[in-house]
Design a protein around this ligand. Structure first.
Ligand code: IPD
Length: 281
């Protein structure tokens, strides 16, 4: 597909550095200026899906910084709509992933900044070529660019990520998440009752991007979720694949259409078979 090729003039390592700088700046904003009595700015799909003022400010900051440096790129954020790309690169930004954690001052939240080619609004019609996910409270950052591997940057030093070759689903620690809509949650709960007896345990951390980064760094063995948006996984999905893991949809479906599975291939294959067996689709 020609529209999915990377424009010739683009240096993917530079896009990764830019993604990291911008994600760190947004991270400083959301932690440094987090109001004690965080105001609820609006609601999305239900009352529990809280969009905060800081979410919107973080996205605005990312948009300004990215489009100031690369004026002909597109932008696709969680909060404020879209700028169409003239360069072939579009920035997909989750200004705070783990919004509910952020609201409750639970430190598991992050900023995800990803450079993609193609149309991020259409499942299967785009792919990420460079990305950074920053967890501002710990200062940890996961970075990757296509063909360049994935790294975890910490205060104690950096390490190249290589997904562990765990291949036994019954021993796997599996991350998942839940949607905000009650009817989708009912279905997710039913699926969970089929998965839980077949795995070591389940974790629900509250940020899909951090779940995926944790698959890449070995803190989780695998992950599945129904109903992610492209901004939830655009950055961390590349971290998984560049660490040697697999990111896929259920059966033959595209990623996030509606399922997303991640982990070493042996585990995503077993998870896929299990989800099909319990009729998760
Ligand atoms: C949510 C989180 C959560 C996942 C939901 C996402 P938000 O994103 O990543 O872990 O289960 O599917 O929508 O709303 O915190 O940006």
């Amino acid at each position: 597909m020609t529209e999915l090729s990377v424009p010739e003039s683009v240096d993917l390592a530079e896009l990764e550095h830019l993604a990291l700088r911008v994600a760190r700046a947004c991270g400083r904003l959301i932690t440094g200026e987090r109001p004690r009595d965080l105001g609820v700015a609006a609601t999305k799909s239900s009352l529990t899906d809280v969009v905060t003022v800081m979410d919107q400010r973080s996205e605005q900051l990312a948009r300004e910084k990215l489009l100031t440096e690369r004026g002909s790129d597109g932008f696709y954020g969680e909060e404020d709509g879209r700028v169409v790309s003239a360069s072939g690169i579009t920035w997909v930004v989750d200004p705070i992933d783990g919004t509910v954690n952020y609201l409750y001052d639970i430190p598991s939240y992050c900023v995800s900044v990803a450079a993609v080619v193609g149309d991020p609004a259409t499942p299967g019609a785009w792919r990420t070529v460079a990305a950074a996910v920053v967890e501002p409270v710990t200062g940890e950052a996961w970075v990757a660019h296509e063909g360049g591997g994935a790294r975890l940057l910490t205060m104690r030093g950096d390490r190249t990520l290589s997904i562990p070759s765990q291949d036994e689903l019954s021993l796997a620690l599996v991350g998942t998440g839940f949607a905000y809509e009650a009817d989708v949650r009912e279905r997710q709960a039913r699926v969970l009752t089929g998965v839980l007896p077949k795995v070591r345990d389940i974790r629900r951390r509250g940020s899909a991007a951090l779940d995926l980064c944790n698959v890449a760094d070995g803190r989780l063995d695998a992950y599945y979720e129904h109903g992610l948006h492209s901004w939830d996984f655009a950055g961390a999905g590349l971290v998984v694949t560049e660490a040697g893991g697999e990111l896929r949809g259920l059966g033959d479906a595209a990623i996030a259409d509606p399922y997303t599975l991640a982990g070493p291939k042996a585990l995503t294959d077993q998870l896929d078979a299990l989800l099909l067996e319990i009729k998760a689709d």
